[in-house]
Design a protein around this ligand. Structure first.
Ligand code: 0X9
Ligand code: CA
Ligand code: ZN
Length: 380
């Protein structure tokens, strides 16, 4: 049909309306059509923003190696005002084959915005009204699209950036962040490895975009982001820093922070049945987003590994499991968001009361103490 129409369209100068040669719209294999391709995700978040312009705003935090926009979905009341409210970040699809994470990110957005302001939505309305939620639904769109190229799964993990001096493609974005990059056996120096850390810290445009985004949320010298949850799959785990060392509280961590992160991971685990632990108690991993986020800004930072750890489907759960596997995390994710105004409350510390216009005491407490401040040595 398209083929027969093409000469006609050329005649009318409308060729640009067709997909470029070889760039036919991607699609998931049969049985997996319930997942969103990159284009479908972009359409979906635009539809959501159009339906809820008062509480949803879209922005682009950078571009992937192949030039795809890296989208951010901001959810809050008065969404077009930069209000002084605690901010929470969710990221998804750092690893290309972890498609369930995109669906979890979209499900979370829908839980928060569908029916906003209507009876029965008091819990999510309270979250939307008191916090700023940033959802980055696809940090690795190039890898995600490559993973379904040709209508079958490729088991791809990395981005699609060639490595100079090698024929290999791709860096593991979650080994490319600039804290303890390349240390301790937590990544690979081999460009062919699926754990390749890249030729240098921050060599991937995707990690750099996230770094710039975090820097952009420092307002008046204070980082506004209070908590971060990175969505991965598949292990039914909730993990927290550090990944580079098995020591629970090394010199670059504050003991109280460790207690808070362990308690928040435990609180989520109580609600979804996943297993909580320090990242390195699973395996040593270095140059991860979690380690950098905690160290650089002292933000409690978590990874949730979605989906059954023991499944014949591994990363590729059929569409009919998207609903149950995302729904199981609803209470855990909403509870996580509810901790943002005072993360230390989980260990019994109070944050005090404050007029909404004043800076939160808890925010001041999150600033690095001079003895903790290693920022001068970091490449930001
Ligand atoms: O190894 C990883 O990058 C993640 N696991 S996965 O199976 N999805 O690849 C875990 C990342 C955890 N990040 C840290 N907190 N260190
Ligand atoms: Ca707001
Ligand atoms: Zn992953």
């Amino acid at each position: 049909m398209i083929r027969r129409l093409a000469p006609l369209l050329i005649a009318f100068g409308l060729l640009t309306a067709l997909p470029a040669a070889g760039a036919a719209a991607s699609q998931f294999p049969p049985g997996y059509e319930g997942y969103h391709t990159y284009d479908e995700m972009v359409t979906e978040i635009h539809d959501i923003a159009a339906a809820h312009p008062d509480i949803v705003a879209l922005s682009v935090i950078g571009q992937s190696y192949e030039g795809r926009d890296l989208w951010a979905v901001k959810i809050s009341d008065n969404v077009n005002t930069d209000e002084n409210e605690p901010e929470v970040v969710f990221t998804a699809l750092t690893h290309a084959r972890e498609h369930l994470t995109v669906e979890q990110a979209l499900a979370l957005i829908h839980w928060l915005v569908d029916g906003y302001g209507q009876p029965g939505n008091e819990r999510t309305d309270a979250i939307v009204n008191s916090t700023v939620i940033w959802v980055l639904p696809e940090l690795n769109p190039d890898g995600g699209e490559f993973d379904i190229k040709g209508g079958h799964f490729h088991g791809w993990r990395k981005n699609r950036q060639p490595t100079p001096g090698s024929t290999s493609i791709g860096t593991d974005i979650n080994r490319n962040y600039g804290y303890h990059w390349g240390c301790c056996g937590g990544s690979s120096a081999d460009p062919a490895s699926y754990l390749y850390r890249g030729p240098a810290a921050w060599s991937t445009p995707e990690a750099r975009a996230e770094r710039s985004f975090f820097a952009s949320r420092v307002i008046g010298g204070q980082q506004q982001i209070r908590m971060v949850l990175n969505l991965h799959s598949h292990a039914e785990r909730i993990i927290y820093p550090y990944g580079y060392t098995t020591t629970p509280v090394p010199p670059d961590m504050v003991r109280r922070d460790h207690r808070i992160m362990a308690a928040i991971a435990g609180g989520m685990a109580d609600r979804n049945g996943y297993r909580p632990s320090q990242a390195s108690h699973w395996y040593i991993m270095s140059g991860t987003a979690n380690d950098w986020i905690y160290h650089r800004y002292r933000i409690p930072s978590f990874t949730m590994e979605l989906g059954p750890s023991a499944s014949v489907h591994h990363f590729n759960l059929p569409s009919d499991q998207i609903g149950p596997e995302t729904e199981v995390n609803k209470d855990a994710l909403l509870w996580f968001l509810e901790q943002a105004p005072c993360p230390s409350a989980v260990i019994g510390d109070t944050c005090g009361t404050r007029p909404s216009s004043a800076p939160a005491p808890a925010v001041a407490a999150w600033q690095m103490r001079p003895s903790m401040d290693l920022r001068g040595s970091l490449p930001i």
